[in-house]
Design a protein. Structure first.
Length: 277
């Protein structure tokens, strides 16, 4: 399963690790940790050494109940950081986590490779036009509501079925815009209860019918620490457990805070699979 990145086909048949860099003061786990370029550089170097394949930069906190920020503030967070990263890590594949077309366009101009949109183009009608113009890979994620209200009693009759239907419709819209390279994300934790999240995970293999690489993002989320009655700081082992289950059900990308542990999950998973043949 290949995606075109910078004119080169990138093979997702072997799972990849997407490392998270939140340059926000209020992200649920690592908000405020990376306030200057040296800390950012050190963190990226560590993630690369640990086996990161893709870096995902976020300048807008989408945690439940998060306050919004202006477009100008998001740009002020993302663009200088992106320029710094592209200068110091020339070969690193960089994804920008944004639902705003202005931020996506400015980021792609400065060398971003992928746009990761938590709204799948719903929040900004111009987003898919920007993606089409730059011919870049596009991550479509499902979210019910918005970050401020998404956890206010979300309801589904059949969570996995409804989310697959939503993503299928968004893929159709993207294809009409001549967007070729699409990655899908069920959006664990975005407008879902703990029970909804586990229903989606239990049916994750059905998302492969969308014929697109599948991203899974559980890292230190509440579906783990609420189930285990612990905290996000203590949710690494749970994250690794769910990452392994997701790999077994067909996930192609693991989006994580902890790259080393996710890479180990992939190595052990692939060793197991290869030993069967």
């Amino acid at each position: 399963m290949n995606i075109n990145i910078r004119g080169n086909l990138y093979d997702f048949s072997s799972p990849k690790v997407m490392g998270i860099l939140n340059i926000t003061p209020d992200s649920f786990y690592d908000g405020g940790k990376f306030k200057d370029n040296q800390k950012i550089k050190n963190h990226i170097n560590k993630m690369i050494n640990d086996g990161m394949d893709i870096l995902d930069i976020g300048g807008y906190s989408s945690r439940p109940g998060a306050s919004g920020v202006s477009i100008s503030e998001e740009l002020e967070r993302v663009i200088p950081t992106l320029i710094f990263i592209k200068k110091n890590f020339k070969n690193l594949i960089v994804s920008i986590d944004t639902f705003r077309s202005e931020v996506a366009k400015a980021s792609l101009i400065e060398g971003a490779d992928i746009i990761n949109d938590i709204s799948a183009g719903v929040f900004d009608s111009k987003m898919m036009d920007v993606i089409s113009k730059f011919n870049c890979p596009y991550i479509l994620m499902h979210m019910k509501g918005n970050p401020r209200n998404m956890q206010n009693s979300p309801t589904y009759k059949h969570p996995a079925v409804e989310i697959i239907q939503f993503l299928a419709e968004r893929i159709k819209v993207a294809r009409k815009k001549n967007i070729v390279d699409i990655i899908v994300d069920p959006g664990f934790g975005f407008g879902k209860t703990v029970e909804h999240n586990f229903d989606i995970l239990n049916n994750l293999e059905n998302f492969k019918g969308l014929d697109a690489p599948l991203l899974a993002g559980f890292s230190r989320k509440s579906m783990i620490f609420k189930t285990l009655k612990t905290t996000s700081e203590e949710a690494l082992n749970g994250t690794s457990s769910l990452n392994t289950i997701a790999l077994m059900k067909g996930a192609n990308i693991l989006r994580v805070h902890d790259v080393k542990e996710a890479k180990e999950c992939i190595i052990l998973y692939e060793k197991t699979i290869n030993s069967l043949f």
